[in-house]
Design a binder for this molecule. Sequence first.
Ligand code: NAD
Ligand code: MG
Length: 390
Amino acid sequence: MQAITVLGSTGSIGVSTLDVIARHPDRYRVYALTAHSRVDELAEQCLRFHPKLAVVGTAQAAQALQQKLKAGQLRTEVLYGAQALCEVAGAAECDTVMAAIVGAAGLASTLAAARAGKKILLANKEALVMSGQLLIDAVAQHKASLLPIDSEHNAIFQCLPHDYRRSLPDAGISKILLTASGGPFLKRDVATLDSVTPEEAVAHPKWVMGRKISVDSATMMNKGLEVIEAHWLFGAPADKIEVMIHPQSVIHSMVSYIDGSVLAQLGNPDMRTPIANALAYPERIESGVAQLDLAQIGQLFFERPDFGRFPCLKLAYDALQAGGSSAAILNAANEVAVQAFLNQEIGFRMIDQVIARVMDKLPHGPVTDIDALIEQDQLARSFAHSCLSL
Ligand code: NAD
Ligand code: MG
C-alpha cells in the first residue's frame, strides 16, 4: 500500500490524481492533501479520502476547513503555510508525492520531497525549470525518484529504454520530438492577437487545465517550459529537442533513434493516463481513460512551429542556451505577465514583450544554491512588475 501526498489536490491535476487513486483502494491511500484557498473542495476531498493531514494557505482558511471537518466528524489534522507543505512532502509516513502546485509556489515542497528521498510524480514543471541541476542533484543524492506527469515527458519516458541514464547518445537516440497542440490561436490572424480575452486564451481545444498553464499553451510558453523540462529530465541538449505541432494531441511525444526508428506514445488527451503510468510504474493499472479509436481519428497532422507567431517558444530556447539562472528569470517573468494578462492589466502580446525585456535587462548568473535562485526569482518578478505599464 503506497501512502500518497497530493500537493495541489484541488487543481486540475490534483483532481485527476484522486480520480485514479479512488479506482485502486487496494494499492493507494492518501496521506495528505493540500490546497491554497479552495476550502470547500478540499473539505469534500478530505471527507472522501480521509487523509491524516490537510494543508491550506492561511490561518483563516485553516480555521474554516477545521470547522467543516469537525462537522463531518473527521480526524484529519489541519496545517497551513509554506513550511507545512514541505513537512507533508517530506514526512516519513508518505512514500509518494504528487507535485501538482502551479508555478514557483511548488518549488520548496518539491525540493523537500527530493531531500526526503520520495518517489516524486512531477507535474509542477516550473519547479524543475527554475531549479534545474539543483533538483536533479537532490534527487540523486537522496535516492529519490522523479517520474514525469507532463503528458509529453511521460510519453518520452515510456519510449525510452528502461535503463536510460540521461544520455541520448548512449541510448542510440538522435532526438526527442516534443509534440504541441499549438493551443487556441494556432490559426488565428496574428494581427488580432492583442485583442484576445483571458476567456478566449484559456479555452484550450484539447485539454482542460488550470488557467495559468492554459494561457501558457496559448502563447506556447508551455512548450518552451517543456523543452527546458525535457533537457533536465532526460539530459538532452536544446538542439536535440524538436517541437512538432500536432493539433490533435493523439501522439503525446516521440523518441527518434539513430537506426531510423521513431517510437511514439499515443492515447486520448486525458491526464489520468500519465498519472496512472507514473503511480504504478513499472506496472500498469486502469486509469478510467477510454481506449483510443484510431479509425475514428483517421488521419494525424503535423507542422513546424512558427517563432514569429509564438515568440515565447523562442525565448525559452534562448534561456536554455544561456543557462544559469536564465530559465528561472524566464519563468518568473512569465508568471507575472500571465497573471497580469488574466487580471486584464495587459494585452496578450504584452506577455512575450515583458518576458523579453526582463531577459534582456537582468543579468543571469550561475545557480549555486536555492537562496541565490530565490533571490533571482524575486528580482525578476519585481522587474517584470515594473515592465507591465511600459
Ligand atoms: P490548477 O490551477 O488547476 O491547480 C493548482 C493547484 O495548486 C491548486 O490545488 C491550488 O490550490 C494550488 N496552489 C496554487 N497556488 C498555490 C500556492 N501559492 N501555494 C500552495 N498551493 C497553491 O493547475 P493545474 O492545471 O492542475 O497545474 C498544476 C501543475 O501541473 C502546473 O505546474 C502545470 O504546469 C502542471 N501540468 C498541468 C497539466 C494539466 O493538464 N492541468 C498538464 C501538465 C502539467
Ligand atoms: Mg504538457
